[in-house]
Design a protein around this ligand. Structure first.
Ligand SMILES: Cc1cc2nc3c(=O)[nH]c(=O)nc-3n(C[C@H](O)[C@H](O)[C@H](O)COP(=O)(O)OP(=O)(O)OC[C@H]3O[C@@H](n4cnc5c(N)ncnc54)[C@H](O)[C@@H]3O)c2cc1C
Length: 457
């Protein structure tokens, strides 16, 4: 009897899984393994919302494997020790896993490869499991990555894609292997009340339903905050419960402007992954330094607190921050507004904002979070790094009837139409009727401070 191990990391699915497929084809029996490694938590990747979503994903993966005659083996401990232990115990020659793109993933992979080799076993890594096009596969002349999205998108769009793989029909797991079983969401404290349910089953259902019912409206509606018309697939993609490659295939075969716009967004995901893979230090350091001396001290701390709590006095920014706290997710336009407001209008370090987002976002990941923050702060790949989004104009444009603000800032709900975006215009008793803070900063002052800091006044 030959045995192989497949190590799941951020690829928690059965459909379109090249590493699982290779493991099933390579041996009579397979150990589908997930290791709950405390090093992952220590590295800051774990948060209550992501741990709860992970628990759903693992439970669903286990059920899917059981329907196919197998089960998921869950172990707690150091990944390398646990994988080597399982491989030794079962006599597995090969371990299969997806290539990861963060510095953490590279180190883990290198350690595992060495430890397995010392035992006479082999690590086989599989590309294009988490991204559609692997980082480094397409590069411009003279560089190891694309720094501008549009030419990257052009190249990316012409790349041949592998055909999505079906889920295996049968998975035979060796008997007698110890497993802690998947964790439960109920065991995770501090989870956002409105957090989505995780897992491949829910993710695939969402992908199918969204493509058939909502994709057409996406081209024009993706920025409409109140319309909430985006796919909300980001957490499923982040945990690999849905394959990005399969999502691109299905969107392309559906066709239409909305589906094309959706594919373009999926390309942004790959774009940030290839930047991070080439420049792992950009998780914490400026991709392009603007010689910023970010505000610090008590006043800046108070502004940061108001921003985190959704009490800046700018309704659309506050709505976005409260959505984040309640759902562990935020609309993309809200993320852009909240990030521009923090880094440019308040001139506070993007790392502060990125940290708060990572604490709460269920889809929070190093590539997309840190590099989108840098994009918004003008230290990343934005070709217009000094633009500042005005939260009032943006609110009126992307939430024209105030539906989004009304949903998340209920104390302003009675303000009609777009007037909800400027509560400070109310006078006297009318203003006093609303228990809502005054703006933490005057927009013109914030803009002048930012321009001055960037030497553009
Ligand atoms: C400051 C800031 C922080 C962000 N942090 C994250 C993060 O930690 N994790 C994350 O997945 N996305 C992040 N994004 C990108 C984007 O906001 C989310 O991916 C998107 O809002 C998720 O909603 P959706 O699934 O409905 O997206 P849709 O509009 O339906 O798009 C489909 C998919 O495309 C990808 N995508 C869309 N926009 C982007 C983008 N700008 N960058 C990278 N991928 C994108 C996502 O995987 C998304 O699920 C961030 C954006 C900003 C401005």
């Amino acid at each position: 009897m030959t045995v192989s191990v497949v190590l799941f990391t951020s690829d928690l699915r059965l459909h379109d899984h090249p590493a699982l497929r290779a493991a099933v084809e390579a041996a009579d029996e397979v150990v589908p393994l997930f290791v709950r490694d405390p090093a992952v938590d220590r590295a800051g990747f774990a948060s209550p919302n992501r741990l709860a979503f992970l628990a759903d994903c693992l439970t669903d993966l286990d059920s899917g494997l059981r329907e196919r005659g197998g089960r998921l083996v869950v172990r707690g401990g150091d990944t390398v020790t646990e994988v080597c232990g399982v491989a030794r115990r079962t006599g597995a020659d090969e371990v299969h896993m997806a290539v990861g793109h963060s510095a953490f993933a590279h180190t883990r992979e290198a350690r595992l490869r060495r430890a397995l080799a010392a035992d006479g076993r082999r690590l086989r890594t599989h590309d294009a499991v988490t991204t559609v096009v692997p980082p480094g596969d397409i590069v411009p002349q003279g560089s190891d990555h694309y720094a501008v999205f549009t030419p990257y998108f052009r190249r990316w769009s012409g790349e041949p894609l592998r055909t999505p793989l079906a889920a295996p029909r049968k998975v035979r797991v060796p008997n007698g292997l110890r497993s802690e079983g998947p964790p439960t969401r109920a065991s995770v404290p501090g989870v956002s009340e409105g957090l989505a349910t995780g897992g491949e089953t829910v993710g695939r259902r969402r992908l199918g339903a969204w493509l058939s019912r909502h994709a057409d409206a996406y081209g024009t509606g993706h920025d409409d905050l109140g319309g909430d018309a985006t796919s909300r697939l980001s957490p499923y993609l982040h945990f690999g419960a849905v394959s990005a490659t399969e999502a691109v295939h299905r969107a392309r075969s559906r066709g239409g402007q909305g589906a094309e716009a959706f594919v373009r967004q999926l390309c942004w995901r790959d774009f940030h992954h290839q930047v991070l893979a080439a420049r792992p230090e950009t998780a914490t350091e400026d991709y392009r330094s603007r010689a910023d001396h970010w505000r610090r001290g008590e006043e800046a701390e108070a502004d940061l607190r108001a921003w985190r709590e959704g009490r800046t006095g700018y309704p659309v920014v506050d709505a976005a921050m409260r959505q984040l706290a309640h759902e562990g997710w935020m609309h993309n336009r809200g993320r852009l507004l909240a990030a521009s407001f923090l880094t440019k209008t308040l001139y506070i370090d993007w790392r502060e904002g990125a940290r708060h987002f990572l604490d709460l976002l269920v889809d929070g990941d190093i590539a997309n979070n840190q590099l989108n923050w840098q994009w918004a702060a003008g230290t990343g790949t934005d070709t217009r790094p000094h633009r500042v989004l005005n939260p009032v104009l943006q609110g009126k444009r992307y939430d024209p009837d105030g539906a989004y603000v009304r949903r998340w800032v209920p104390e302003l709900a009675e303000l009609p139409g777009a007037r909800i975006h400027e509560p400070w215009r109310l006078k006297g008793q009318d203003r006093a009727a609303y228990d809502y803070p005054e703006p933490v900063v005057d927009l013109a002052d914030g803009l002048a401070r930012f321009r001055h800091a960037r030497g553009r006044d």
